[in-house]
Write a protein that binds this ligand. Structure first.
Ligand code: PLP
Length: 404
């Protein structure tokens, strides 16, 4: 193949399966919270690869860990363990409620492991009857068939034939809707400790604690999907720490590798023992390159400076977005927690979140959406304040163009 062939957005339509609709912009390099495209146009990154690039682009600690490991050993499979995986697992268990770690390559795979473990735990302890999984409407847990069925949007799981069974959906922040479904046949309740894709919805304390109590009453496991909220995003290492509710199983991915694909399911010794030898596995899970980068990301994020910085930077965003709104009156609410922020469009701009994202891109700032009515921000946890202010100034220009 020629090195001179045009590599552009049109080529995507020629050679890629059409399940995505990527932007016309093709970024080629990044540094911190700035990204440059093929034409060397610069953007400020408020998207973070969908809450993944927790330390921005090309953070020296991550580049250092990756290149160092690249010169040692790349891959072994789980026929052998490796030093980076063991070190990372030790750090995850030392810093959380968990005693045991299973490594995967993505959020969906981490959740897949959690769901299979919950089912197997229930089968071993209580028998085949206890298989019900309660999840939440608008929840999102990944795109494997099991996780998409547990996710709370049938549109994502319909059309692929018979779905995994015994999965029901309650309403987030509505404890009565959980009470109406839960019984001794429930094996697990699966929830995000802040719904991300579903619209940046924070659980009330009463709801989170109530779900924990219901799980206790019915001997059901509480599974927290912290794929989006974990690794400092909300200002604590994991969101459960601030909620005061400890899950039985927790999944983490996205920011865990700071941009290198990795996920993990963590749990207690007592629950973990049900994934006996041969019950589950992955060729790449715990890959040394991934674990070396994740260890560096974990060490860098898990410091008071970075975690307190998240809270301070969040305030800069909220103040900036409120100031924009005072001028242009486009949002009904700025919500979220830490650096997972949703600007909710008011009744005059329903369904227009993508227009705001596109206009922002034209002004040189990358944002996200969460559904049709929310512009979402999930920047680097160490984004410099100057970049937040400059990015918000660019975002304001986009808002000014769209405001009626
Ligand atoms: C809460 C949550 N769980 C799971 C996933 C799926 O992760 P992945 O795309 O890495 O499979 C996502 C992705 O957006 C997520 O936000």
């Amino acid at each position: 193949m020629s090195n001179h062939m045009p590599v552009n957005r049109a080529l995507f339509d020629d050679v890629m399966v059409p399940n995505y609709a990527p932007s016309a912009v093709i970024p080629v390099r990044g540094q911190g919270s700035r990204v440059w495209d093929q034409q060397d146009r610069e953007y400020i990154d408020f998207a973070g690869g969908i809450a993944v690039n927790c330390l921005g682009h090309c953070h020296p600690a991550l580049v250092g860990a990756l290149t160092e490991q690249a010169n040692k050993i790349w891959h072994l499979s789980n026929v052998m363990t490796n030093e980076p995986a063991l070190r990372l697992a030790k750090k995850l268990t030392d810093n959380t409620f968990a005693d045991k770690v299973y490594f995967a390559n993505s959020g969906a795979e981490s959740n897949e492991a959690a769901l299979k473990l919950a089912r197997r735990w229930a089968l071993d302890n209580y028998g085949a009857e206890k298989s019900q999984i309660i999840a939440f409407k608008q929840g999102f847990h990944g795109r494997t068939f099991f996780t998409v069925t547990v996710g709370g949007q049938a549109a994502y799981s319909d059309g692929f034939g018979p779905k995994p069974g015994d999965i029901v959906h309650a309403e987030y922040n509505n404890l009565d809707s959980v009470k109406a479904l839960i019984s001794d046949k429930t094996c697990a309740v699966v929830m995000e400790p802040l719904q991300g894709e579903g619209g940046i919805v924070t659980p009330t304390d009463e709801f989170a604690k109530g779900v924990r109590e219901l799980c206790n009453e019915h001997n059901a496991l509480l599974v927290f999907d912290e794929v989006q909220t974990g690794v400092g995003r909300l200002g604590e290492l994991y969101a459960y720490m601030d909620l005061g509710v400890t899950p039985d199983i927790l999944t983490t991915a996205k920011a865990l590798g700071g941009g290198f694909p990795i996920g993990a399911m963590i749990t207690t010794t007592d629950i973990a023992k049900h994934l006996k030898i041969g019950t589950h596995g992955s060729t790449y899970g715990g890959n040394p390159l991934a674990c070396a980068v994740a260890e560096a990301a974990f060490d860098t994020v898990n410091t008071p400076e970075v975690l307190n910085g998240v809270k301070a930077k969040a305030q800069v965003y909220v103040d900036g977005l409120n100031a924009i709104n005072e001028k242009y009156h486009v949002f009904s609410e700025i919500r979220g927690k830490g650096l997972l922020i949703g600007a909710v469009l008011n009744e005059n701009y329903q369904g227009k979140a993508k227009d705001f994202l596109n206009a922002a891109m034209e002004e040189g700032v990358m944002t996200l959406v969460a559904g049709a009515n929310i512009v979402r921000f999930a920047p680097s946890l160490v984004i410099p304040n100057e970049d937040i202010i400059e990015g918000l100034a660019r975002f304001e220009k986009a808002v000014a163009k769209l405001a009626k």
